[in-house]
Design a protein around this ligand. Structure first.
Ligand code: SF4
Length: 159
């Protein structure tokens, strides 16, 4: 990506973070009712991927590294014999996110936007402006963590 692409992406990231930080998350404290949405395949910007990777590789990422080694094939809550593949950073034993401070935008919006509503209607109304924001965010290149990782490892082996 050229420097123009990177600066646009940083602007989108900044805007997204400000939007997500302004959301009242108080009703989500200690709640894990949307935890089953933490499935594999969450798309993210390269800058978000880079922040997660730096966090995971830092001393703060010790728990996240352990969580990555858990078996992620888990039963879907409340449904018999239905399994899904959880996100590599979902702590399936504790029921929480192991990279919470650096989680990507989509995860910050869980429960607070029209297309990812709170499953137990604890959030009274979606945050205004979410659809406009996600349209802008979607214009920047997004891949899953695993896809960015693969791209980096290919670039590393080609160097
Ligand atoms: S990064 Fe965290 S919040 Fe996002 S899907 Fe994975 S476990 Fe869930």
């Amino acid at each position: 990506m050229g420097s123009t692409g990177i600066s646009i992406e940083l602007r989108v990231l900044d805007e997204s973070r400000r939007f997500a930080d302004a959301i009242d998350q108080s009703m989500c404290n200690g709640c894990d009712e949307c935890g089953a949405r933490c499935t594999t395949g969450v798309p993210m910007l390269r800058t978000e991927y880079a922040a997660i990777r730096a966090y995971v590789e830092s001393p703060d990422g010790v728990d996240a590294r352990a969580v990555e080694r858990q078996d992620k094939q888990v039963p879907y809550p409340g449904v018999q014999d239905v399994y899904y593949r959880a996100c590599r950073f979902r702590d399936v034993e504790q029921g929480q996110c192991a990279i919470y401070p650096v989680r990507p935008l989509i995860c910050r919006l869980f429960g607070h936007v029209e297309w990812l509503p709170c499953p137990i209607q604890k959030v009274p109304a979606p945050a205004p402006g979410g659809i406009v924001l996600i349209r802008r965010y979607s214009e920047a290149p997004r891949k899953t963590y695993e896809e960015w990782l693969l791209e980096d490892s290919r670039a590393g082996s080609a160097a």
